[in-house]
Design a protein around this ligand. Structure first.
Ligand SMILES: [Fe+2]
Length: 245
C-alpha cells in the first residue's frame, strides 16, 4: 500500500501573487505525476490555502482533484478554516467535531489518526479523543498532524511557529507502550526526528522549503516535495520525493 502526503500547498486566488511562486502550477505538476503513478491514498495535510481559508481556493483544488481516482484525506492547517474546508470537500459529520476536523480512518487495512492543529493546539476535547483512541492499544500508532509534536531543530520555525502545546502532546506519545509514527508538515522541510518510541517525519511543501540552520527566515530551495509512505506486508518505508526540475 502506498500513501502520498502532500502538504503546505498554500494555493492563492487566481492571479494572486504568492511570493512569486506558481503554487497552482506546482500543485498541477504534482497531480500530473500522481495521475501517472497513482498511490492507494492521498493525504493533504493542511495549509491548502495561501494565507487564510478561502472558498474559491478550496473549490479550485477540488476541481483539480476531481479526476484523480484515489481516495483523498483532508486536513486543516493554520492557514485553513476547518469548517469551510469540510463544507468545500463535503466531509460529513463524522469528520468535524465541535469545529475541528479530526477523525480516524482505515487506509489499506491500517488504522490512522488525523488530528487538527489549525489553532496551533488541539482543544481539550480533541486531546481527550486522542487519549481515548490510544487507550488499551500497543500496536504501532500512525498519526497525521499538521504541526509536528515537538521542536525539530529548525530554529526559525521552532522559535516562532511551533505547536503551542507540543510538550504535552509529545509526552502523551512518549508514554504510549508501542511505536508512534507521526507525519507532519508546516515546517516546509524534509526532516525526521526520533525520540525513543516517537518517530516524527516532517514533509516538505509544494510551495518552497525553509532554511534549516538560520534563526531568521530563509528560503532553502524551491523544489516541489512530497512524502511517500509504503508498506510491503509489514515492512514500512518512507521517502521524500521532489519533482524533477
Ligand atoms: Fe502551517
Amino acid at each position: 500500500m502506498k500513501i502520498v502526503q502532500l502538504t503546505d500547498l498554500h494555493i492563492g486566488l487566481e492571479g494572486e501573487d504568492t511570493n512569486g511562486v506558481d503554487v497552482r502550477g506546482n500543485f498541477l505538476n504534482v497531480l500530473r505525476h500522481l495521475r501517472a503513478n497513482p498511490p492507494d491514498h492521498l493525504v493533504l495535510s493542511g495549509d491548502l490555502c495561501f494565507r487564510v481559508g478561502t472558498p474559491e481556493v478550496y473549490a479550485w483544488i477540488r476541481e483539480q482533484l476531481a479526476d484523480l481516482p484515489v481516495p483523498i484525506w483532508y486536513m486543516s492547517g493554520n492557514h485553513d478554516d476547518p469548517e469551510m474546508l469540510a463544507r468545500a470537500f463535503e466531509l460529513d459529520g463524522g469528520f468535524m467535531q465541535d469545529g475541528e476536523l479530526y477523525y480516524h480512518a482505515i487506509l489499506g487495512g491500517r488504522e490512522f489518526i488525523f488530528l487538527d492543529t489549525t489553532r496551533y493546539e488541539m482543544s481539550e476535547t480533541q486531546f481527550q479523543w486522542l487519549r481515548d483512541q490510544m487507550e488499551g492499544r500497543s500496536d504501532t500508532l500512525l498519526v497525521f498532524m499538521h504541526h509536528p509534536p515537538g521542536l525539530i531543530g529548525v530554529p526559525f520555525m521552532d522559535n516562532k511557529y511551533p505547536l503551542r502545546n507540543w510538550a504535552e502532546v509529545q509526552a502523551l506519545f512518549l508514554d504510549y507502550p508501542g511505536e508512534v509514527y507521526v507525519f507532519s508538515g508546516h515546517y516546509h522541510v524534509d526532516k525526521s526526528v526520533h525520540l525513543k518510541n516517537l518517530h516524527i517525519f516532517v514533509t516538505p511543501s509544494t510551495f518552497f522549503q525553509i532554511g534549516q540552520q538560520a534563526a531568521e527566515f530563509r528560503v532553502d530551495h524551491y523544489r516541489v516535495g512530497w512524502r511517500e509512505l509504503v508498506w510491503s506486508g509489514d515492512a514500512f518505508q518512507t521517502t521524500v520525493r521532489y519533482l524533477e526540475p
